[in-house]
Design a binder for this molecule. Structure first.
Ligand code: PLP
Length: 367
């Protein structure tokens, strides 16, 4: 089995759309080339559609989703600012680290992994926070945290959300939800390899960018001059040209399909997988009503594993014999859950059927 046969159903990268792979073969232009700039602008416009926003400051940060996370915090925090963070998985925990390193006083609101965070608890956590931050789709647990209620009652706080695993797969409505800062990654439901972090900042957010963020590379004051500078565009750093071609192409596929159609495809694939797993006797990990269709978490059936195989052995057999990658658990759930992605190009019934068939065969393997 070759690498190109792999079906990427882990929580990491999905299989890129064919149009995206083709985009990488386009000749590389200069980052200020008059033919590249319109493509960068159109990428921003396509991102606005995907994020459902009119925010002018919407562009792909150079770097993976984590660069988006850092940009989302460092540009808005001055030492001593209060930041409320919802934590119900690994990535909420990372937000706390990033905010604390920027000098924030972090007020952490924890919910058990596998459950959603109660928006009221986030809103009540502090009387006057600078930022309220939460992960929309927690990739470590397969849980969706609801955003709309936070935006409606946030007062003067900036609302910051992580859309790494949600953008393109489930509705993300930045303007309707009153979100000020949002970032994502390319490798999940956008169907593009890892390497860029779409970011969007509201007009209120732009007014509150600090003068001297604690990062030079991610300083939005300078980057904005390149990405939204019109005829006065100035060099800040060299844009990763081929990645931007790829994102432009991936967003083209998404918008040609239509956002609603993409959400429907993710929903029907996710529901089919979750139904199939339950029919096989597996227990789903994430709270009902908050399950992500694009990332399913399932409890490893320790007492039913084929003899001689532990949970990592089952995943290894899926990879070696069937070319299917799925993910293991993180943190205290390492070895206890599997994480199965159906994101972007990978979110198809065909892959659900293959995985369920492969898992059935492996689980029935005699010692
Ligand atoms: N936030 C969430 C919810 C994620 O799932 C990930 C990665 O999986 C990240 C942030 C970090 O993104 P990256 O690994 O692309 O840096």
């Amino acid at each position: 089995m070759t690498h190109s046969d792999r079906i990427l159903m882990g929580p990491g990268p999905c299989n890129p759309y064919p149009e995206v792979i083709e985009a990488f073969s386009r000749p590389v232009l200069g980052h200020l080339d008059p033919e590249f700039i319109p493509l960068l602008d159109e990428t921003g416009q396509r991102l606005r559609q995907a994020f459902s926003t009119t925010n002018p400051l919407t562009f792909p940060v150079s770097g993976t989703g984590s660069a988006g996370m850092e940009a989302a915090f460092v540009n808005f925090i001055e030492p001593g600012d209060t930041v409320v963070v919802g934590v119900n998985g690994v990535f909420g925990g990372r937000m706390c680290d990033v905010a604390a390193r920027s000098g924030a006083e972090v007020v952490r609101v924890d919910a058990p992994w596998g459950t959603a965070i109660d928006p009221e608890q986030l809103l009540d956590a502090h009387p006057d926070p600078k930022i309220i931050a939460v992960v929309h789709a927690e990739t470590s647990t397969g849980v969706r945290n609801d955003i709309a209620q936070l935006g409606a009652a946030k007062g003067d706080a900036l609302l910051l959300i992580d859309c790494v695993t949600s953008l393109g797969g489930i509705p993300v409505e930045l303007d309707e939800w009153n979100v000020d800062i949002a970032y994502s990654g390319t490798q999940k439901c956008l169907g593009v390899p890892p390497g860029l972090a779409p970011l969007s900042v509201s007009a209120t957010g732009v007014e509150r960018i600090v003068e001297r963020p604690q990062s030079w590379y991610l300083d939005l004051n300078m980057i904005a001059k390149y990405v939204t500078g019109g005829s006065a565009r100035a060099y800040h750093h060299t844009a990763p040209i081929s990645m931007i071609y790829a994102l432009h192409a991936g967003l083209g596929v998404l918008l040609d399909e239509g956002l609603e159609a993409s959400f429907d495809r993710h929903r029907s694939a996710g529901e089919a997988l979750q139904r199939g797993l339950v029919d096989m006797g597996f227990e789903l990990f994430a709270q009902e009503g908050h399950r992500l269709p694009e990332l399913t978490t399932v409890v490893v059936p320790a007492d039913r594993l084929p003899s001689g195989l532990d949970e990592a052995g089952v995943r290894r057999r899926l990879l070696d014999d069937y070319g299917i990658e799925i993910g293991g658990g993180l943190g205290e759930f390492a070895g206890k859950v599997w994480r199965i992605g159906l994101m972007g190009h990978t979110a198809r019934q065909r892959n659900v059927t293959l995985l369920l068939g492969a898992l059935t065969e492996i689980m029935a393997t005699p010692a």
